[in-house]
Design a protein around this ligand. Structure first.
Ligand code: SF4
Length: 184
């Protein structure tokens, strides 16, 4: 069985990867995170995810670009009700469809490791997409390993971001000014 693991960033991938490796589950990773703003950060998170993939010797596919206009337009409110609902839907839709089209029998996401994400909303979205595309969703509550995963990321020198990803989460971050300075 080969599973497709959607990965939001290197640090959040560490504990789920460790768990899957320990269970002997074969998986590839997929980077598809058009929510991440700005492009500098999009590239920085991808580079660090590649390091995490290399650490475990796992194949990483890259799809998409930064789609900031979607988030700025606010037209999603009628369809999704909130920006995070749109964010989960766009990413999980692409992941489940990619899995179905490329012969994977299941998919999951590293978003399930974060205690800062809307866990139940992610699960509901994944279940909906699994049914839509006829591919199994593997659910694991990885939140118990969040700290462990962050420590593992630190130990291998991964960059650990201080905001969720979109332009709004950057503006709302208490570290906003420091983060913006880091863009150079
Ligand atoms: S806060 Fe996070 S989950 Fe919500 S829209 Fe922004 S990047 Fe996506």
């Amino acid at each position: 069985m080969t599973m497709l693991l959607h990965a939001c960033c290197g640090p959040c991938s560490m504990y789920p990867q460790d768990d899957l490796q320990n269970d002997g589950i074969s998986y590839d990773m997929l980077w598809f995170n058009p929510n991440i703003h700005p492009e500098f950060e999009w590239n920085r998170r991808l580079e660090n995810l590649q390091k995490a993939a290399d650490h475990y010797g796992v194949n990483l596919m890259t799809e998409g670009v930064c789609m900031e206009d979607y988030w700025l337009s606010k037209s999603y409110m009628d369809e999704y009700g909130s920006r995070c609902a749109m964010c989960y839907d766009i990413r999980m839709d692409h992941t489940a469809r990619y899995a179905a089209e490329h012969g994977y029998d299941s998919f999951s996401t590293t978003l399930l490791v974060s205690p800062y994400q809307q866990h139940e909303a992610i699960v509901r979205t994944c279940e909906k997409k699994a049914e839509l595309y006829g591919v199994k969703f593997i659910y694991r509550d990885w939140r118990e390993g969040f700290r462990k995963g962050q420590n593992m990321a630190r130990d291998i020198g991964l960059y650990r971001q201080k905001y969720c990803g979109c332009i709004f989460s950057l503006e709302e971050s208490e570290f906003r000014d420091k983060i913006i300075r880091s863009f150079g």
